[in-house]
Design a protein around this ligand. Structure first.
Ligand SMILES: C[S@@+](CC[C@H](N)C(=O)[O-])C[C@H]1O[C@@H](n2cnc3c(N)ncnc32)[C@H](O)[C@@H]1O
Length: 289
């Protein structure tokens, strides 16, 4: 395994090899992974880190944008939106250009029956939806999952924001894997209105997931500041992969996707450039590496 800040050797990922935690800048590392190797890609990118990346990626993004207008949208609409965005908000334009080549890699790395879960907050999600429609094609959009939680202060000047959005895209709308039988079920809101059998079984979750944040005092907490709840990730992995499938997170942080995969007997590749994240992941996943 590579040390912090280094790229794992190109041949280290093998479909019959071990789980991997990789210390690398993701766009540098991803080309070493083979096309179609992953049944699920989960991404929880940091908000607005694109500024420093902009110049080096600009030409690559321009070339890619030509192609995306053909794949996802007719005419000029995708380029037009990008242009308009760039003209009024530099930070957003930079972020867009940071994300786009990485989302293209996510598309390439997904298996034909694979699914992308892109986890964002309400400020970015609408732009990302337009981008993913262009990269995957609108017909590959499966869901917009709302993760609703209740924590922290409440603004009195607007509706307090208490949700994240997870965009779900599949590589092939006619051939993706989704097994609702494997998903954990929820209690009925009005159990008195359904049969005792139904109450005992619970109901299938919808696209609105109520789930607490990682408790600051609970045993799930790793200390990594942006850690996401294991329950959310297990639900995605259970529905969209089979036992022994490979899953990938290249903004891995504390490695929550790896923990979910290990709990459900799936295999994982986790990438992060922050040495602190690598330390947390190696500790958290030691018995699975
Ligand atoms: C929001 S956190 C992910 C948290 C994760 N979902 C969890 O449950 O812990 C985003 C992560 O992306 C990493 N990151 C940001 N830019 C990166 C890049 N270009 N290459 C690799 N990792 C990157 C950061 O170090 C950070 O750990």
């Amino acid at each position: 395994m590579a040390g912090p800040g280094t790229v794992t050797a190109v041949d280290e990922f093998r479909p019959d090899g071990p789980n991997l935690v990789v210390g690398a800048e993701n766009l540098e590392f991803l080309p070493s992974l083979p096309d179609g190797a992953f049944t699920l890609v989960y991404l929880d990118p940091p908000f607005n880190t694109g500024r420093t990346q902009r110049r080096q990626q600009l030409s690559m993004v321009r070339a890619a944008a030509e192609e995306s207008d053909r794949v996802g949208f007719g005419g000029q609409s995708y380029k037009t939106i990008k242009g308009a965005l760039a003209s009024y908000d530099d930070a957003f334009a930079d972020y867009w250009e940071f994300l786009e080549p990485r989302l293209r890699e996510a598309w390439r790395l997904l298996a034909d029956d694979g699914t992308l879960y892109l986890h964002l907050d309400y400020r970015e999600v609408h732009y990302a939806k337009v981008m993913l429609d262009a990269i995957f094609g609108r017909e590959c959009f499966l869901n917009e999952i709302i993760w609703a939680y209740d924590f922290g202060g409440r603004s009195k000047r607007r509706w307090p924001s208490k949700h994240d959005t997870i965009l779900v895209y599949v590589k092939d709308p006619d051939g993706y894997w989704f097994d609702s039988e494997e998903v954990d079920r929820e209690p009925y809101m009005a159990p008195g209105l359904v049969t005792p059998e139904k109450v005992a079984r619970g109901k299938l979750p919808t696209d609105v997931w109520w789930h607490t944040i990682v408790s600051p005092t609970g045993k799930e907490k790793t200390g990594y500041p942006t850690q996401k709840p294991l329950g959310l990730l297990k639900r995605m992995v259970a529905a969209s992969t089979r036992r022994d499938d490979w899953v990938l997170d290249f903004f891995a942080g504390s490695g929550t996707l790896g923990a979910a995969a290990a709990a459900l007997q799936r295999r994982f590749v986790l990438v992060d450039q922050n040495p602190e994240a690598l330390e947390v992941m190696r500790r958290r996943l030691a018995e699975h590496l």
